[in-house]
Ligand binder design. Sequence first.
Ligand SMILES: [Zn+2]
Ligand SMILES: [Zn+2]
Length: 253
Amino acid sequence: MSDAALLEKLWSRVTRTDSCWFWTGPVTPSGTGWIRDGSKPKKFSVHRLVYEEHFEEVPEGQCVMHRCGAPNCVNPEHLYVPPKRVVEHGARPGPKARPAEERFWVKVDKSDTSGCWEWTGNKNGSGYGLFMVRSPKKELAHRVSYRWDRGSLPPEKLVCHRCDNPGCVNPSHLFLGSARDNIIDMVEKGRGRHTSHPGESNGYSKLTEREVRSMRKLYESRNMTQVEIAKMFDVSRALVSVVVNGKAWKHVT
Ligand SMILES: [Zn+2]
Ligand SMILES: [Zn+2]
């Protein structure tokens, strides 16, 4: 069988989702897919074939690994070759020596039918996962997931959940809260300068008129949920709800 024919056979057994591309053919006990070249007895690892097809040949003895933690995934963007570690003869790498991706994904439970990938490791008080890519700095797990998936993440940007589940690390449920820049800018320029306006002097005076306008804009553009807006402005969801539904701050348009 030619390489092209083998690849064609391979892709005919793959179900693509927005994130992982799942191999539906036979798998090894560790869950990675395999395929035969025609009637030859040798089994080829499918994710390895895909990696080599998209990127480069992988030297014998080096593994191709999954960033996403799904061993039967063949999305080339989810595959990587970890740098080869030199291990002294007889020495075994300790658990700390495992690549960060590997340590990360074993702490993720993808079984929920909602599509959320739940972080099962340590969490902070707000329910966000905590992970240490490099000691001693703990990072928010969903930010790590986003950064690995998209390739980069400016530290000042906010990563938000479409699913409103702070423990979720599914990169397809995450998006950049680009409005944060505007809000930080606004806060730095001094919030509460317009305290003589009616809304700002009543019970909802936690907010300035500009904040009310940005909240409504964020909500109407469908980019953010009420919960995320509440977190961003450090107010309750109930307050966001009355603001975006026009039940408070009616004079602000
Ligand atoms: Zn994947
Ligand atoms: Zn989710």
